[in-house]
Design a protein around this ligand. Structure first.
Ligand code: SF4
Length: 370
């Protein structure tokens, strides 16, 4: 039985593909975007009988702001019609700084979006060109300022670690400049090069050691600037964590609309095929069930250790771990704590920033004990 559910909407359009991007997105024309908005509304409308409370909505992509405001607003209004949005629901839209102006941002804010997440990546123009981004540093600064003028007071910016030719100094320059802006949230991702991307084809290879050092430098700098490092890649000021993403990390239910979108509810993980053409043609979204009854204990460990609050021994109990398993995990954590990888208290285990860098291996070790 689901108590409440978050809604994700995937907008699979971008003006141009960035060299490193493996997300499902492509250029589009106006007619396709309008048809896609209608297809989204049909699929969302098919959930009319669910009557679930909805604490958060997230329009991601791709680049949602490539889509015309009227289409975005039509989809948001359909969500409002079908789900019982909480009065204080967090309504986020991702935006590429090269695709917005004050008019568009004002329309989105007036329509009800109350959080905006800009894909800034860097405030150094050479680094932006190396990534193949369509915007400059000046565009990004202007977009944030326009968002403030439009009435957004919950602004997030993504930045990237390990861009070709980036140095720790230039990465910290971006972090410092973002910190000077009225930005309440920063997501910092390490550049990873996936098969099939132009970066992969041309042999771009991030330097792991340099990236790790930059990550630690960034954590230190953002904490000095008043950001709380609440998740491996996420930092928030004034308590403005991403409520939508925190629900993913806490294993809460969500419903994803659009090609390549994932859903998790009623003990099922589902995904929608990644074909925009097919999505537009079909009457309502067709999902494939990828996993039934996912292992909640494993998920609790895997997702919980991404958060700086970590996992709790009581949480392990709730998800079915025996006292012996909990004791083995506690012992392993004590061993790792001697290397500065995690901290262990009477109530639970949390990774340190050095531990976040080795999180996959550490999480694997804990899961092997279950
Ligand atoms: S704007 Fe974002 S989603 Fe679009 S191609 Fe670039 S990285 Fe990918």
């Amino acid at each position: 039985m689901i108590n409440d559910i978050s809604v994700y909407v995937h907008i699979p359009f971008c003006e141009r593909k960035c060299g490193y991007c493996s997300f499902y997105s492509a250029p589009s024309d106006e007619q396709t975007r309008a048809a896609y908005a209608k297809a989204l509304c049909r699929s969302i409308g098919s959930y009319r009988t669910m009557h679930h409370e909805c604490p958060s909505v997230y329009f991601g992509g791709g680049t949602p702001t490539v889509m015309e405001s009227e289409s975005l607003i039509m989809v948001l209004d359909k969500i409002r019609e079908v789900f019982d949005l909480d009065d204080d629901a967090e309504l986020t839209i991702e935006a590429n700084p090269g695709t917005v102006d004050l008019k568009k941002l004002t329309e989105l804010r007036e329509a009800g979006f109350n959080r905006i997440s800009f894909g800034v990546q860097s405030l150094v123009d050479e680094e932006l060109s190396a990534l193949g981004r369509i915007h400059t540093a000046a565009d990004a600064l202007a977009a944030v300022n326009d968002a403030v003028k439009a009435g957004f007071d919950n602004i997030s910016c993504d930045m990237m670690i390990g861009i070709p030719k980036q140095t720790s100094g230039s990465m910290l320059y971006t972090a410092d400049r973002l910190s000077e802006l009225p930005v309440s949230h920063i997501s910092a991702y390490m550049l990873s090069v996936e098969k099939g991307t132009p970066f992969y084809e041309t042999g771009v290879e991030p330097d792991d050691e340099l990236q790790a050092n930059m990550y630690l430098d960034l954590c230190e700098r953002l904490e000095k600037k008043g950001f709380d490092h609440y998740e491996i890649s996420n930092f928030a000021r004034n308590g403005k964590v991403s409520r939508h993403n925190t629900r993913y990390w806490k294993g809460e239910s969500y419903l994803g609309f659009g090609p390549s979108a994932h859903s998790y509810y009623d003990d099922e993980r589902r995904s929608c095929d990644d074909s925009t053409d097919q999505y537009i043609k079909q009457s309502v979204q067709h999902d494939t069930v990828n996993e039934l009854f996912p292992d909640k204990l494993e998920e609790y460990i895997m997702l919980g250790l991404r958060l700086s609050e970590g996992i709790f021994f009581n949480g392990l109990r709730i998800y079915g771990a025996s006292e012996e398993t909990i004791e083995s995990i506690r012992k392993k954590a004590l061993e790792l704590s001697a290397y500065g990888i995690c901290t262990v208290t009477d109530t639970g285990i949390a990774l340190t920033e050095a531990g976040f860098l080795a999180s996959n291996a550490v999480i694997g070790e804990f899961i092997d004990l279950c």
